[in-house]
Design a protein around this ligand. Sequence first.
Ligand code: NAD
Length: 329
Amino acid sequence: MRILFYDTKNYDKNSFELTSEQFPNIEIEYTKSDLDPRTAALAEGFDAVCAFVSSDVGAQTLSILHEKKVGLVLMRCAGFNNVDMEKAKEYDIRVMRVPGYSPEAVAEHAMALALACNRRLYKAYNKVRENDFSLSGLMGFNFYQKTAGIIGTGKIGAAMCRICHGFGMKVIAYDVYENPTLKDFVEYVSLDTLLAESDLISLHCPLMESTHHMINIETIRKMKDGVILVNTSRGALVKTDDLIEGIRMKKFAGVGLDVYEEETNNVFEDRSDEILEHSTTARLLSFPNVMITSHQGFFTREALSAIAETTLQNALDYEAGKDSPNDVK
Ligand code: NAD
C-alpha cells in the first residue's frame, strides 16, 4: 500500500518512519506541500493520502483524488472540519482519523501554562539572563488548597482534573455530562459557580455553537479577581476583544493560551509582520501577564508516536476492508 504524506514536517517524518518499521507493507512518500486542489494530482499512483488540520480536503481536492483513483484520506488528527464529507461519500473515498492520542500531553501543557503564568517564569527567565536576580514582579500564589475550575471533563479535561487534584487543589467542574471516573474528587457545579469560585480556570470543551465565545465580558465579570485563565482547547471559546478588556480591568493574574481566534495552522507562519502587528493575538502579546504558545499542547513524543501508530493501523484496516471506530461518517 502506498501513501502520499502531505505537509511533512521533520518531526512527522521521524515519528512515522520509526513507527512504519512495524508496518512493512506500507510505503510512504513525503512531500512538504500541503494537500489542496493544486497539489492533489501529485497523488497519482498512490492508494491513500495523509493530511492534517491545515489541508484543504474540499470538493475540488476530492474530485482530483477521485480522478487519480485514491480511495483513502488518512487524517493524522482528531478534527475533520476541513473535509467535505458529502463529496467524499459521493466519490466513495474513505476518510479515517485519530480521535484521541494523548490527553495527558495537552493537560500537562495546560498546567505548564498555568504554572508559568502564576510564577512568572517567562519574566524570571529573561531577568536572570540579564543578570537581574531581584524578585520584584515575580510573586505568585500557591495552587495547593486553591480551587481549579475545569470546563469540559472529557479525555483532556479529566486528565487536567487528575493533575490539579495531585497538586492538592479543590477541583470543581462544569460539563453537560458528568464523567463518572472523576466522582471521587471532582464536584460538578453550574458554570456561574465555577466562574465565581475558581482560582484557576482551564477550558477543555470543544468549539461548538453552544461554546463559541463562552468566555466573554459577562462571564469574565463573574470570575474572581486575580484568576488564572488557561485555554488549550480552541481559540474561539474566548472572545478575544472581551479578554483584552478583562486584562485591562486587571481581572487576571495570568492568561495562558495555546490557541487563539486567528489561528490557522500556525498564526505566525506565512503571515506578514504587518498583519501580525494588527492582529488581536499581537495585542494580547503586549500584556506582561499573558503567555501564548503556538498550539503545541499535543506536541510530545508519545502523542506523535500514537498518532503515527493509529494512522498506519487505519491504513491497514482500509486495506483489509475492515470497519473501524476511526472512520469519519
Ligand atoms: P472530549 O470529546 O473527550 O471532551 C470534551 C468534553 O466537553 C466532553 O465531556 C463534553 O461533554 C464537554 N462539553 C461539550 N459541550 C460542552 C459545553 N457546552 N460546556 C461544557 N462542556 C461541554 O474531547 P478532548 O479529547 O478532551 O478534547 C477537548 C478539546 O481539546 C478538543 O475539542 C480540542 O479542541 C482540544 N485539543 C487541543 C489540542 C492542543 O494541542 N492544544 C490537542 C487536542 C485537542
